[in-house]
Design a protein around this ligand. Sequence first.
Ligand SMILES: Cc1cc2nc3c(=O)[nH]c(=O)nc-3n(C[C@H](O)[C@H](O)[C@H](O)COP(=O)(O)O)c2cc1C
Length: 175
Amino acid sequence: MTFLDLARRRYSVRAYRPDPVPDDALAIVQEAARVAPTAANRQPFRVIVVHTAGREAELRRIYDREWFVQAPIVLCVCAVRDEAWRRTMYDGRSHADVDAAIVMDHMTLAAADIGLGTCWIAAFDPAAAREVLGVPPEGEPMLFSPLGYPVEGDAASDRHLQRRPLGELIRYERW
Ligand SMILES: Cc1cc2nc3c(=O)[nH]c(=O)nc-3n(C[C@H](O)[C@H](O)[C@H](O)COP(=O)(O)O)c2cc1C
């Protein structure tokens, strides 16, 4: 499969089978996170692997969707703000959120490559996430995703690959 095939194949999975994720599959997803590029190679992130069994109620305090806790695993990418590179020479902008997004992108694509489903989640309750997962003040929960096998026949969402035409998204030489 080419990279473009993989990128097209990944979609937001919102129906999961309860089948366990084998350790070697989880290891592949974790390794994809580990090798993700980060600004100045600071690696200012932690990935929390949460096993959903028995924790459904507290996890739904974080994001209240049935499918969020259907998969056996939920992943949380946390930023560590003080470790992140800042553009100090200009405006001081932290790139912790950019780094966290790259990590999640690596994991979702690695998961798709081995038949696992994921769905980026940003619309979660950050206070509940901090409390339920015991995230200390130096960490910031940035993104969640379930990790599990998609329900057979689960269709990609209407929005999947309904993308704007290239002509609208790509500019040459200037805006
Ligand atoms: C940063 C980010 C945050 C997202 N947050 C949510 C979310 O909170 N809940 C949800 O159901 N989907 C969420 N999504 C999934 C998008 O809705 C989805 O990626 C988009 O509609 C394109 O569909 P596709 O992923 O199937 O290609 C998020 C995606 C991204 C990239």
